[in-house]
Design a protein around this ligand. Structure first.
Ligand SMILES: Cc1ncc(COP(=O)(O)O)c(C=O)c1O
Length: 396
């Protein structure tokens, strides 16, 4: 009998994957649910590695001295919104039962909030997992990835791991994705990855630019729009482009504003034909076998418009106090549109990170292209108070 794995191997071979790369693709998905959490772990977020070996190695590495204040991994400072947490607790109490309508309810909730047809929504255990699947599906040795520099590196890590060519394109002067340069860098790429708000710059790429890329990109390619931090920004989401049947896959996660990074929940929104190919790689198992507590927590949380707005306002209020301190001390930063900001210490960021770490404050890392800048995640008011005081103590 023709097995799904045969079909996957045939498809990869047809698209020019070497035997070694096919083995790696199998390895990625054989690791199954383990891949997503590994690459999205705090250890991953702290690693400047651009290959998943290093990322996975880092996840397994011994922990450095435990910090008291964790503002380095772009997590939310607190757990799920209260109604979501309550729904999750109820789902734990009935955890002896297999899944019923919970997954459908999540799809309905996301579709209604985002104004997209339910058939366009696919739930996942976070967004790292579908991101890896989408790269395997749309990239190959002949259809590469175009990404920004700096940006979140997972798409690049997977593409490199599989032997697909990668082009990194610098951000524009105002830190948007340079879509024209991205297309020029590889006019025949398989995936154009856009992260907005971008990690690590916390800056937006305009929807007009994304529309331009969609109108001009080559046939058979997709735009992968990563909106992990969209709820922490005031930007209009790009989901309407998926609802208009454009060749775009929107990635969403509950790991950020919804405070569910450890609960592993995310979704893709795209016209179904774009996802069909992606499901071939054991996607149905991965999308259906989700824990009920996470699914009901996500579905319930999505509908809490007031609490979402309140959480974002709280982040903005706290962020303002740290930015005001930076202004006062003449320290440069990139004006942020999300729950993190890049600070330019004008000296090696690794040294500053270590100095903060020695004070029990774990700030984020730098990206190789910006060696003097650190990414700082907006924590709770108390945590940012410690950050602010430590910054003064370190005489920065
Ligand atoms: C831009 C971006 N996309 C995706 C992810 C993956 O997150 P998760 O797999 O938890 O959804 C992250 C994690 O930090 C991120 O920063």
């Amino acid at each position: 009998m023709h097995q799904p794995h045969d079909e996957m191997a045939d498809d990869l071979a047809r698209r020019g994957y070497s035997r070694r790369a096919i083995g790696r693709a199998f390895g990625l998905f054989a690791a199954g649910a383990a891949v997503g959490p590994l690459v999205a772990s705090r250890a991953y977020a702290q690693t400047s590695a651009v290959n998943p070996h290093a990322a996975m190695g880092a996840a397994a590495a011994p922990k450095a001295q435990a910090a008291k204040v964790h503002i380095g991994a772009n997590e939310c400072w607190t757990g799920p919104l209260e109604p979501g947490a309550r729904a999750a607790a109820e789902a734990v109490a009935t955890g002896n039962r297999y899944t019923g309508s919970q997954r459908d309810d999540l799809i309905k909730a996301l579709a209604s909030v985002e104004n997209a047809p339910p058939a366009y929504v696919t739930p996942w255990a976070g967004s790292s997992d579908p991101m890896a699947r989408i790269i395997v599906t749309y990239c190959s040795p002949t259809r590469g990835l175009v990404t920004a520099d700096p940006t979140f590196e997972l798409a690049e890590s997977v593409a490199r791991y599989l032997g697909a060519p990668v082009k990194r394109v610098p951000l524009t002067a105002d830190h948007a994705h340079d879509v024209k340069a991205m297309l020029a860098a590889d006019p025949n790429a398989g995936v154009y990855y856009i992260c907005t708000p971008n990690n690590p710059s916390a800056t937006l790429t305009g929807l007009a630019d994304i529309e331009w890329l969609l109108a001009n990109k080559p046939a058979g390619s997709i735009v992968l729009l990563d909106e992990a931090y969209i709820h922490f920004s005031d930007a209009k989401p790009g989901v309407y482009l998926a609802a208009q049947d454009k060749e775009i896959i929107v990635l969403r996660t509950f790991s950020k504003l919804f405070g569910m990074a450890g609960m592993r929940l995310g979704a893709t929104i795209a016209k179904p034909s774009l996802m069909t190919k992606t499901m071939r790689y054991d996607g149905f198992m991965a999308s259906y076998a989700l824990p009920n507590p996470s699914v009901v927590c996500g579905a319930t949380s999505l509908l809490q418009a007031d609490l979402i707005a309140k959480r974002r306002a709280e982040m903005e209020r706290v962020r303002k106090t740290s930015l005001a301190l930076l202004d006062k001390r003449g320290i440069a930063y990139i004006p942020p549109r999300a729950n993190f900001f890049m600070v330019d210490w004008k000296k090696p960021a690794a040294d500053v990170k270590k100095a903060f770490g020695d004070e029990g404050v774990e700030i984020g890392r730098n990206w190789p292209v910006w060696p003097t800048m650190s990414r700082v995640t907006v924590g709770s008011a108390e945590e940012m108070d410690v950050f602010n005081r430590t910054l003064v103590k370190l005489n920065l």
